[in-house]
Design a binder for this molecule. Structure first.
Ligand SMILES: Nc1ncnc2c1ncn2[C@@H]1O[C@H](COP(=O)(O)OP(=O)(O)OP(=O)(O)O)[C@@H](O)[C@H]1O
Ligand SMILES: [Mg+2]
Length: 330
């Protein structure tokens, strides 16, 4: 079922509590897609990456070939938020220094240093990298699978494009107003420095700076709006929640579903992983009966979301061959 969902989408997000099997499921889905002939990229957004451990190779923040016998169609990438933050802050500092008087260059550096450590910078960097990867994915891949960090973090991340677009719009509106006010003031001031159509008079440096800031903000707003368009387009992307049939993961899943639905993100599947077998002794049979009760709660709360169960295996899932077997269960 999950493979069918992925087969009809360009972007798939996997979320859920820690240790439920997000990385395993994400890798298996991407591997199965590559087997089917699609170019697939699996991306880890979790700062505590375990994609590399699962595949038994170093991955890092560059699309790295994974798996044998899939014609090089599968790649993996682990987002490096520190590198993204550095790149982002360097860009911002460069722009600011160009726009500010020279004697404030030191202040810009100080501000950038503080920004690096301030709350939200890390998330913004991950979001920026995800935006880039979705843009790249739309061109170079048929499917991008995001293996996200445990629940709370992901829900906030998915809401960020909307929040940041609104924030940028607010900033632009304020700039607009102050630009008008500025123009009116300059008008009172005898029109000094204003560009007159057809004249060769130099432009007011303040006006020029305002224009540049405006265009930077607009560019950023458009990129975030582009990401949001993909996130809320259920024909293009979907979100699958991975969980264990236990009390807390079930409650968190219901909460995560509500949060994501509010953000406009479609929940395409619930993957109940590590289901205990009914026929391997009394202990596991009792365990399964308890799981059944939790699944009734889940079903009552979310009756319409397609649900997939995956049995608990005897061993951990490590390496391409084990992932290949795991994919047949999806
Ligand atoms: N169906 C299964 N049967 C047996 N072991 C499983 C199954 N699914 C996953 N595992 C094992 O459970 C462990 C956790 O899986 P995984 O790393 O995919 O979870 P995760 O949700 O990505 O965790 P984290 O939140 O820490 O990133 C791994 O050792 C994996 O091999
Ligand atoms: Mg993981």
């Amino acid at each position: 079922m999950l493979l069918t969902l992925a087969a009809e989408r360009r972007v798939l997000f996997l979320g859920g509590k820690g240790g439920v099997g997000k990385t395993t499921v994400a890798s298996a889905v991407a591997l199965a897609a590559a087997r089917e002939g699609r170019r697939a990229l699996v991306v880890s957004t979790d700062p505590a990456h375990n994609l590399g451990h699962l595949w038994g190779q170093r991955i890092g923040d560059r699309a790295t070939p994974l798996g044998d016998g899939v014609g090089g169609r599968l790649r993996g990438l682990e987002i490096d938020p520190d590198a993204t933050t550095d790149r982002h802050l360097k860009d911002v500092a460069h722009t600011l220094k160009r726009l500010m008087p020279d004697n404030l260059a030191g202040e810009v550096d100080k501000h950038m240093d503080l920004s690096r450590r301030s709350p939200g910078t890390h998330e913004a960097a991950v979001l920026e990298r995800m935006t880039e990867l979705v843009e790249m994915g739309m061109q170079d891949y048929d499917l991008v699978v995001f293996d996200t960090a445990p629940s709370g973090h992901t829900a906030r991340l998915m809401a960020l494009p909307e929040v940041m677009t609104a924030w940028t719009d607010g900033l632009l509106n304020r700039r607009e107003k102050s630009a008008k006010l500025g123009a009116a003031m300059r008008g009172l001031d005898g029109d000094r420095g204003r560009t007159v159509l057809g004249s060769t008079a130099p432009r007011d440096p303040i006006e020029e700076r305002d224009d540049e800031i405006r265009s930077i903000l607009l560019r950023r707003r458009d990129r975030l709006a582009g990401l949001r368009e993909v996130l809320v387009d259920s024909a293009l992307s979907s979100f699958a929640i991975v969980l264990a049939a236990e009390r807390l993961p079930v409650l968190e899943t219901i909460e995560l579903n509500a949060e994501l639905t509010r953000t406009g993100v479609d929940i395409g599947a619930l993957v109940v992983n590590k289901r205990s077998p009914a026929d391997r002794g009394d202990f596991l049979a009792r365990r399964r009966a308890v799981e059944d009760e939790h699944l009734v709660t889940l079903r009552d709360a979310l009756p319409r979301v397609p649900l997939q169960e995956v049995p608990l295996g005897e061993e951990d899932v490590v390496g391409p061959a084990a992932l290949e077997r795991f994919a047949t269960l999806l």
